[in-house]
Each structure stands twice: as C-alpha cells, then as structure tokens.
Design a protein around this ligand. Sequence first.
Ligand code: CP
Ligand code: NVA
Length: 299
Amino acid sequence: MTTRHFLTLADLSTEELEQLLRRAAELRAVQHNGDIHEPLRGKVLGMIFEKSSTRTRVSFEAGMAQLGGHAIFLSPRDSQLGRGEPIEDTARVLSGMVDAVMIRTFAHENVERFASAATVPVINGLTDDHHPCQLLADLQTWQAHRGEIAGRRVAWMGDGNNMCRSWMQAAERMDFDLNIGCPDGYAPDDLSEYPRSRHCVDPLQASEGADVVVTDVWASMGMEDEQAERVRAFEPYQVNARVMQAADDRAIFMHCLPAHRGEEVTAEVIDGPQSVVWEEAENRLHAQKALLEWLIAGA
Ligand code: CP
Ligand code: NVA
C-alpha cells in the first residue's frame, strides 16, 4: 500500500477533504465535552521546524498527546539536519522510528524530497509555497458558522503567498470563487492554473460582496528584509472598515495569525464582531487531530 502524505491541499480529493472536516468538527466536540479519545496510543509524530511557530507546534504536540500519542520537536539547530545531513537520509532514519513526520521548512521541494524517501506519512506544516494545515482549520471554521462554502466568494487581501495558494487550492476542491486583492507583481505566478481564482488590483473590487475576507502578513518568514518595500506596496490592501463594508453584511474575517495590527489588518476589524480568528486558531488543533487520526490510524 502506498503511503499517503499531506503536502498540499491537492493531495486530498473533495470527498476526503469533506470527510476530514466532518471529523474535525466531531473531534472538537469530543475535546469540548472532556471525553477521552486515544486512537494513537503508542504512536509518535516527529516534528521538524526550520521556521518559527506557535500554533503549528502547539496544536500538533497537544493533538498527539490528546490522541494518546507523543510528539518529538526537532530543529536544525539541535539536529544533524542543520549540519548538512541530507533530507532523504533523515527521512529514511525517522521512518524507522516514528509513525508520521510534520515538517515546516522554506523551499516546498524540501518536503517533496523528504516525502519521496519516507515510508511514513509526511505532513506539510508550512513551506514558502503552501500552508495546507491552516486551510483545514479555516474551512472548518467557515463550515461551523455558515455551512457549505460551495458557490461562495472569498476575498484574499495582500500577498500572493503560501496561504493565498492554499486558498486557491481550496477553491478548486470546494467550488468557491477566490478574489485576490493584490498589487501587480505580487500575485501567485501559477494563478492561471487555478480557474476559480482571479487577481483584482482594486482592493474594493476584490472584497465586493465577499462572504469571507482573509489576509496574512505582508512579509512572510524568510522575507524580513523586504518589510519596508512590502509595507509600501500592500498599504492599499489593508483590511479595514472600508474593505469590510464592501464585503457582504454577514462576511466573516479570518487571519492565520500571527497578525500585525495597523499593517495588514486594523485592530477594529481583527478585534471586531466579524472576526473569527480565535476559533480559527483553535481549529488548527481539531483539524490536525482528524488529519493525524486518518494518516496514522487509517480511520
Ligand atoms: N498560523 C500558523 O501557522 O501559526 P504559527 O506560525 O504560529 O505556527
Ligand atoms: N505567510 C506566513 C504565514 C505564517 C503562519 C509566513 O509564511 O510567514
């Protein structure tokens, strides 16, 4: 049997994605009821973090513990990866010791190389090009508030980055439309491969009538030295009251976090009544538990 990986949202069929989201909602209820559910007793997740993290690390580590298993944190600073041990060798070694591996790294190719050599499931915990785990939580959050997302309109505001691309893939899988409000030069270079997504240079045109308005930092991890020029380029795309007014009256606001109030979003919006960002962050835990259960226990 071939090992299933979760490197991008496109690794799941629509049916698999819908099933995972249903399970994520069930696992949220299990957790909130205080019930014990330990299908991963004796199982271990290896976690390689080459970039910083709060939510991804804590949700995977807490999730494994709640499912009865264990997680091991590895960073390049204190593993042989940082001293040049080939990715493929690390994948072979970890495959003999743990039941799945989560990786957060820079080049997306790194997770592909790791997965090609691994014999256990590999999960992308964010690369420069994709952040599929965040989309599981985001879709779960939408469904909890508003049900089906098919036929709806999402406005992505800001950088055409890893999060934007995962939203583009979600739009294809779940049949909704994605407007990308973004200056020329920053839209994803593979946009033409995603017929459900379109680039809008006008920020108000992007958010017009949207059911969800979503944004992210203007300079992602690894782009810190572009911060000043990016602030200038993205300033018109800030999610503020004007942008939310152009959206549907019942629109919700999402952000994967961490957020910079006063840059990509105003405090008024992220701390306001349309924002679902805290629930969205918590859903990282529940959605990834559904993913772990499926990949490791095959449930
Ligand atoms: N949203 C997200 O992935 O957050 P962290 O960088 O804190 O893991
Ligand atoms: N686009 C951001 C997401 C952080 C969770 C980054 O890559 O830094």
